[in-house]
Design a protein around this ligand. Structure first.
Ligand code: TXA
Ligand code: MG
Length: 324
């Protein structure tokens, strides 16, 4: 085992050469490059196979760095950063003119976040600048929550992979757009809408905007297998139906049921979020064609909203290669 400070040093050297470093955060693993260098950022898109016009989040060592990237840091952003950074919240702000288009997909805004993981903070602190980093997976596939997931999917394309163990939250950050007249929640995540509203003292509108955001495509975060989300009371029947139709089916559930195969996905929201992406990967690794998962109706609050969002996307009809 290398000493951590030596590994961080190697990672910083790679970043200074314009290389790619995969690093752990509390949400999912990120694939990082120097956000001030368009050539380095271009390598991220090549490694992921992601279309170039999609904006990336800039990860910062601390909130004080925000003004290097944002033209204006509104008071609301300061209050939210104060309360939730480091943490699973990305703020979309008007960008400064010198932020590379490669980072923002040519948009007038930039996404900023300070991740809450000791290794990410050590890396960012030693680097001393912003790291553009999407989730460290191939475009359209499931986000990685262990270093092993990254090695498996992107190994050869990355200069250094920092291993910080399994991610504590397990689903991507909440994205809040503060660039318009009303705060808009673009993606639910580890910080809930209610928590945001409590700090802001105003309503947060859900969705909207016109921004291309891969995490907001209907079919995203999907394994190879077909995912069927059904009401809890229909779980067992749907599993049997698939099995009787001759399909290799697994239930994504806390417990085995009715002799059906099963991949463990706990019920309790925090454990469920932490395990979600590893469970979807396990479905593929074990060769299942169909995974059936229970999904309650609407009124999901907190982390359950983020889990419901990802499961609905994983189970959405898959577009052709253009839209994945
Ligand atoms: O938890 C996370 O946010 C992880 C870790 C690594 O920090 N990152 C992540 O990155 O999920 P990615 O690229 O997979 O998803 C980032 C999302 C995308 O949906 C992207 O379009 C959106 O953030 N985004 C980034 N900049 C934006 C901007 N200026 N306006 C609107 N959406 C933006
Ligand atoms: Mg992603």
């Amino acid at each position: 085992m290398e000493r951590t400070d030596e590994t961080i040093e190697r990672a910083v050297e790679a970043l200074r050469r314009g290389g790619l470093v995969a690093f752990p955060t509390e949400t999912v693993y990120g694939l990082g490059a120097d956000a001030s260098r368009p050539d380095a950022v271009a390598r991220i898109f090549r490694a992921k196979g992601r279309p170039p016009a999609h904006p990336l989040i800039v990860h910062l060592p601390s909130a004080e760095h925000s003004s290097r990237w944002a033209r204006r840091v509104p008071e609301a952003a300061e209050r939210l950063a104060d309360r939730f950074w480091p943490g699973p919240l990305t703020l979309i702000l008007e960008k400064r003119d010198d932020v590379p288009d490669a980072v923002t997909g040519g948009q007038p805004t930039v996404g900023l976040r300070v991740p809450d993981h000791p290794m990410a903070l050590a890396l960012l602190g030693a680097f001393g600048g912003g790291l553009a980093a999407p989730s460290a997976n191939r475009f359209g596939s499931v986000s990685p929550t262990t270093a092993e997931h990254v090695r498996h999917e992107l190994g050869g394309a990355v200069d250094v992979i920092l291993d910080g163990g399994p991610c504590a939250v397990g689903v991507e950050s909440t994205i809040l757009d503060l660039s318009g007249s009303t705060p808009r929640l673009l993606r639910p995540g580890g910080v809930s809408r209610a928590e945001l509203e409590a700090v802001l003292g105003t309503e947060v509108v859900v969705g909207g905007g016109h921004v291309r955001a891969p995490g907001t495509l209907a079919s995203h975060y999907a394994p190879r297998a077909e995912v069927r989300a059904v009401p809890p009371e229909a779980l067992e029947a749907e599993g049997r139906r698939a099995r009787d139709a001759g399909q290799r089916v697994a239930l994504l559930s806390a417990r085995a049921l009715a002799g059906l195969e099963h991949v463990c996905l706990p019920d309790e929201p925090e454990a469920r979020a932490r395990r979600l992406y590893a469970a979807l990967r396990e479905v593929d690794a074990r060769g299942f064609e169909v995974a059936v998962v229970a999904l309650g109706a609407v009124d999901e609050a907190g982390l359950a909203a983020a889990i419901g969002d990802r499961l609905r996307r994983a189970s959405a009809p898959r577009p052709g290669p253009e839209g994945t």
